[in-house]
Design a protein around this ligand. Structure first.
Ligand code: PLP
Length: 463
């Protein structure tokens, strides 16, 4: 039986094979990895992926509760996506952006048609960080203002302005790239920066804080306020009722653009095409990437409002990319829309989130003292692990590494030992499986997390 196909098209069996040794040797020999001390990592070689699962070369099977980096919305090797890429490669593999192209135009049209009222056009990039860079440039050019406000506990990517806008430790070593970025606190009621006791208080106080900060920064200097609609890596923060409309109102009052970063949550993750559609708000610019084609070919972009678009009708937009709207990537994007509709993805995300995930996480919170809070929407959830529910002391300290991170690493290892690859961040197990995951697999993965949480309970020090 063939377990996987190697780089040269040859069938291979799992095991401690020459093929596995070569992958490891080439990786350690020649590949420079993101965010890593190169001498201290040993990346796991992956032999194949299928749907919500992937396998290492030894044949260990993992249920992907992280959708890779929360991009694999349609799972590995979706036949519709693979076919669209193969067909596009057979027709026209690439064409530079100054030409019109059928796949690019069709995808832009579908994105605009599924966006907010007043959405006008799409600028395509190669990924999420570039989408942020371009949204910011559009906002600066449009408003003639320079300052950008973004939140603490956010991630916006790892290029110049995007990493400066990021509000967590990955920014620290890159802090001075763009000096026109100001950070503010958003709602996070479990660890409220505003001493709020209810979601209503959290909303009211977070908005008052933001408006005060806008006034002190000088409203006429601020081009845009940028938010992850539902914060991703930093904790799955679903905005409390009224918060996003409140931000919209502040933006309108001071002539500031509202940018929703939907790189992680766009394309179905929260049970809407775009997450902002669940919060009764229309932004001016929306960044997207990952889910637009499940990351099969790198692609990102910015959805642009009529008003911003019109700024560049008679004057050129000063920016561009060789691969803007790459046909291979866009063909996979068009296929994504077709698959979402044919498979009822949005409806199944809502259903599985509400009927399967939420009740099970509620049960975890009742059963496992280490679960301080669970929160989320659609197929995007976080379990915040604590040592003590009373003090809310996290299972591991903020930004812990090495020995200090050991308790959390033990929980993550327990998940992996049970065949589930979780989305692990800080003191949180986050849940973000492919949107095509079967109900049976979803339950199986949750069963594994249930068992792994007993490891977290073992560290509990509260009463
Ligand atoms: N914005 C958000 C909300 C993200 O989660 C990410 C990546 O995880 C980015 C931007 C950056 O995207 P990319 O890694 O494609 O540059």
């Amino acid at each position: 039986m063939t377990d996987y196909i190697d780089l040269y098209g040859a069938p291979q069996d799992f095991g401690d094979t020459e093929a596995q040794r070569e992958v490891r040797a080439n990786d350690r020999g020649y590949v420079f990895h993101s965010w890593s001390a190169q001498g201290q990592i040993n990346p796991l070689p992956i032999a194949k992926g299928e749907g919500a699962r992937f396998w290492d070369y030894d044949g260990n099977e993992y249920l992907d509760f992280s959708s890779q980096l929360v991009n694999l919305n349609l799972g590995h090797q979706h036949p519709g996506l693979v076919k669209a890429i193969q067909e596009q490669a057979g027709r026209l593999t690439t064409i530079q952006p100054a030409f019109a192209n059928d796949a690019r135009g069709e995808l832009a049209k579908r994105i605009v048609e599924h966006s907010f009222e007043g959405a006008r056009s799409v600028f395509f990039t190669n990924g999420g960080a570039e989408a942020i860079e371009y949204a910011v440039r559009l906002a600066r050019q449009h408003t003639g203002r320079r300052k950008i406000m973004s939140r603490y506990r956010s991630y916006h990517g790892s290029t110049g302005t995007a990493i400066t806008m990021t509000g967590e430790p990955r920014r620290w070593a890159n802090d001075t790239i763009d000096t026109s970025v100001v950070h503010f606190f958003g709602p996070y009621q479990y660890r409220s920066a505003f001493w709020a006791e209810t979601p209503e208080q959290e909303t009211e106080r977070a908005l008052a804080h933001l408006e005060q900060q806008v006034q002190l920064e000088g409203p006429g200097t601020i081009a845009a306020i940028v938010l992850e609609t539902v914060t991703g890596t930093n904790g799955v923060f679903v905005p409390p009722p009224g918060y996003l409309p409140g931000v919209r109102a502040i933006c309108d009052k001071y002539g500031i653009l509202m940018i929703c970063d939907e790189v992680m949550v766009g394309f179905g993750r929260t049970g809407e095409w775009f997450a902002y559609q669940g919060f009764d708000v229309a932004p001016d610019l929306v960044t997207f990437a990952k889910g637009v084609n499940s990351g099969y070919v790198p692609l990102g972009g910015v959805v642009i409002s009529e008003a911003v678009h019109n700024s560049f009708v008679d004057r050129p937009f000063p920016g561009g990319l060789t691969y803007s709207g790459h046909p291979l990537a866009c063909a996979a994007g068009v296929a994504t829309f077709d698959i979402f509709e044919a498979e009822g993805i949005i409806e199944r995300v809502r259903d599985l989130g509400a009927r399967v995930v939420e009740p099970r996480l509620r049960e975890f919170a009742e059963k496992h003292p280490s679960v301080g809070e669970y929160r989320g929407k659609g197929l995007f959830w976080a379990l915040e692990l604590v040592l003590d529910r009373e003090t809310r002391e996290p299972l591991v300290p903020f930004n812990a590494s090495g020995e200090a991170a050991a308790p959390f690493n033990a929980v993550v290892a327990a998940c992996k030992a049970r065949g589930v690859w979780p989305f692990a961040a800080g003191n949180r197990l986050q849940i973000a499986p492919p949107l095509v995951i079967s109900e049976e697999d979803l339950v199986k993965g949750l069963d594994a997390l249930d068992e792994a949480l007993t490891v977290a309970d073992g560290y509990y020090t509260g009463a």
